[in-house]
Design a protein around this ligand. Structure first.
Ligand code: KG4
Ligand code: ZN
Length: 337
């Protein structure tokens, strides 16, 4: 089945063409350079950038793949969660294409897209499995019992873990996005130099909390500065804060897997790129099988949206012109499409 996918929920403009689990093209334009000077994603600028780039990426895709658009089986677009202005650009563009080529159109839950990204990298993967979704916008533990039955069993009650990386990096005077900066500086730091809290680690639920950690880092910095330190030990602070976040993530996701009697754990989202996180998986690898899709499918992209949409198209679904963005619709325990 040939499916065209469109993703514009945050700061990546992406368009892709897949044939089943095979990715024919997955074009991603990251707006990161544009938002960097603001220290975070500016929603209105994100929407304007999508509007500028999406038609260009579509032309590029048609040119590169030589696809005759009239031969595709349908179009899948992210309907949410995400930034409303950004989502509106993708949904409107998708509606235009659906009308122009007389194609079926399905709206896809972005989180479900992240789950389906796995099949692009590991077509052999079979439910049940647990997903640790760690990005700038979400920190979730998902239980996938079968392809249509995905439940959220844990989530951050405040900041997402990527957001915590970004905020802590800012406190340490590092650049944006902060995750890769902390990852880099932590490599030469001592993860035991500072004992930061592991919030909610031993709670009985699978939820997370990361905003308190950021405050602890702030207090530590103030204490060091009040003590007259000339140069902050940025590497040790990075390594210690990173260690606290990774300890909680790995402890909780393996606990979720164990208590649900599931041995396959999939990592998704930008934070899955973290080198210390990947290194520490080894400590658990005798009891669990870890799947880490390559970053191009882990971070936001349209191929994963197309792959999730394919399931809906297979069922004969067509949202047509009734499709509307749903910016907040992951506020639920069962994920719906
Ligand atoms: O999934 P993603 O690319 O975009 C969305 O948030 O949807 O994730 C971006 C997040 C940012 O917060 C960034 O700081 C974090 O992933 N990140 C990392 C690393 N690379 C990206 N965090 C920790 N270590 C990394 N190497
Ligand atoms: Zn995402």
């Amino acid at each position: 089945m040939l499916v065209l996918g469109i993703e514009t929920s945050c700061d990546e403009t992406s368009i892709a063409l897949i044939d089943g689990n095979e990715v024919i093209a997955n074009l991603v334009y990251s707006q990161i350079q544009t938002h960097r000077k603001f220290g975070g994603v500016v929603p209105e600028i994100a929407a304007r950038e999508h509007l500028k780039k999406l038609p260009l990426l579509f032309s590029q895709l048609v040119e590169e793949t030589k696809i005759d658009v009239s031969t595709i089986d349908g179009i899948a677009v992210t309907k949410g969660p995400g930034l409303i202005g950004a989502l509106l650009v993708g949904v409107s563009f998708a509606k235009g294409l659906a009308k122009r080529y007389g194609k079926k159109l399905v709206g896809v839950n972005h989180i479900v897209g992240h789950v389906y990204a796995n099949y692009l990298a590991y077509p052999e993967l079979q439910p049940p499995y647990i997903v640790l979704m760690v990005s700038g916008g979400h920190t979730l533990i998902l239980k996938v019992e079968n392809n249509l039955n995905i439940s959220i069993i844990g989530r951050s009650v405040d900041d997402a873990v990527g957001e915590a990386f970004d905020k802590i990096a800012r406190l340490l005077g590092l650049g944006y996005p902060g995750g890769p900066e902390i990852d880099k500086t932590a490599k030469t730091g001592n993860p035991k130099a500072f004992q930061f809290p592991r919030p909610k680690m031993y709670d009985s639920d699978y939820d997370f909390s990361f905003s308190g950690l950021k405050t602890s880092v702030l207090y530590e910095i103030r204490k060091l500065e009040t003590g007259g330190i000339k140069e902050l030990p940025v590497n040790d602070l990075s390594a210690s804060a990173q260690e606290a976040m990774i300890d909680v993530l790995l402890y909780k996701v393996t606990k979720a897997a164990k208590e649900n009697d599931i041995s396959n754990i999939v990592l998704a989202g930008g934070v899955a790129a973290n080198s210390r996180l990947r290194e520490k998986l080894a400590e658990y690898s005798s009891n669990f099988n870890f799947y880490i899709p390559p970053l191009e499918y882990c971070s936001d992209n349209a191929a994963m949206i197309a792959r999730a949409g394919l399931e809906l198209l297979k069922e004969g679904k067509d949202d047509g012109f009734t499709l509307e963005p749903s910016p907040n619709f992951f506020e639920m325990s069962e994920i719906q499409y």
